[in-house]
Write a protein that binds this ligand. Structure first.
Ligand code: EPU
Length: 338
């Protein structure tokens, strides 16, 4: 375990923000983590993993722990299912591809989501009709203040839409070191109801898709809409889709009969923030090096040298305009490090 100083975080966050870490340790094992948490001079800890869901707006003075613990272990299996324990530092998409190669189903709709496995439970990652919670069994986390290990089951995690215990009461208290998931070995549950997937399959003339077909469809859709962080800095959806009440929706639907929406409960509707932002004229716009992606207005991008503050300013401007035009408040999905 080596403490590095004055490290640029540009390659450690998918937005490509060139902020600095005063102190940085790469954690490759649970032992490393235990040692690092005992360093008395650095009481404040900043946990970094895939860096795919954060906007860094300043240099980080806390001790940065870069969680890079690798490994996949089979915990149990029978003819129908397999239970895998995946260490936090495993890249999510590589994991998805590995499971598909072995013929295990469950992760295919979540292909190509950037980031690492350990952070997946924090915001209950999801895409194209499936969320992590659909395959999640539990996770193990180290409590930062006393270095004890705690096992969380699904219920403990209090998953919601892009939400969990780790974003609320548990915020800043734990470092997730492994995630346990259960996948199918046969009789896979195919989720293709999400509109774009069906369209993609029809285009490819596939009517009985395999899990690999679903994954390929998702990869094509994502590639056509979402920028590759290796080429254009971004953090996926910057905002969550707002959920509004029936009465608010009634007025909204009358004013904007063509707006897309999803009914999420008897009294709640989700409105795509990307649509709201596009209507406000931001899609494809650029302010210096901070911009809004040309194919998906929900994604803010760094065209090169934008600072976190510049991107944050653009986000605030978008929130304000959406509020003014639609009386709907949208909230960031990414973690903003101020
Ligand atoms: N739309 C627009 N303009 C835009 C973008 C979208 O009008 O610029 C409209 C689309 O035409 C469509 C609707 O909004 O009618 C929904 O768009 P899309 O299918 O692209 O999904 P989304 O709601 O914008 C969410 C997730 C994505 C996930 C997709 C597919 C959130 C915050 N985002 O986006 O997740 O990939 O659904 O499941 O829930 C992420 O979290 O980083 C992410 C990319």
């Amino acid at each position: 375990m080596k403490i590095q100083q004055n490290i640029s975080l540009k390659d450690y966050n998918t937005f490509g923000i060139d902020a600095k870490a005063n102190f940085f340790i790469e954690i490759s094992s649970i032992d490393d983590l235990d040692q690092a948490l005992q360093l008395k001079d650095h009481p404040e800890i900043f946990v970094l993993s895939g860096g795919s869901n954060m906007l860094i707006t300043k240099d980080i003075e806390a001790l940065v722990l870069y969680i890079n613990i690798k490994g996949i272990e089979v915990l149990a299996q029978d003819e129908d299912t397999i239970t895998l324990k995946v260490m936090a530092g495993e890249n999510w998409h590589q994991l998805v591809l590995w499971t598909l190669e072995k013929g295990y189903g469950g992760l295919e709709n979540m292909s190509l989501i950037p980031g690492n496995t350990g952070t997946a439970p924090i915001q209950n990652i999801g895409a194209y009709g499936v969320e992590l919670q659909d395959v999640f069994v539990g996770c193990e986390a180290i409590k930062i203040d006393d270095r004890t290990t705690r096992s969380f089951n699904k219920e403990d995690c209090q998953f919601g839409y892009r939400d969990s215990y780790f974003k609320n009461e548990g915020r800043g208290k734990y470092i997730i070191v492994s995630v346990t998931i259960e996948l199918t070995k046969r009789n896979h549950r195919i989720h293709m109801a999400y509109g774009a997937i069906e369209t993609e399959l029809v285009k490819k003339k596939i009517d009985k898709p395999s899990i690999i077909d679903i994954s390929n469809a998702v990869i094509s859709i994502r590639k056509s809409k979402l920028p590759d962080p290796a080429k254009l800095g971004n953090s996926g959806s910057f905002f969550k889709n707002p959920v509004i009440s029936q009465s608010k929706f009634d007025t909204f639907a009358k004013d904007y009969p063509d707006a897309p929406f999803y009914k999420v409960s008897s009294d709640a509707y989700k409105i795509p923030a990307g649509w709201l932002i596009e209507q406000c004229g931001f899609k494809g716009k650029r302010f210096g090096d901070a911009g809004v992606h040309k194919h998906q207005a929900l994604v803010l991008v760094n065209h090169g040298k934008a600072t976190g503050t510049e991107i944050l300013k653009l986000a605030e401007q978008i929130i304000e305009r959406v509020r003014k035009n639609f009386s709907i408040t949208i909230h960031p999905e990414v973690n903003i490090i101020k």
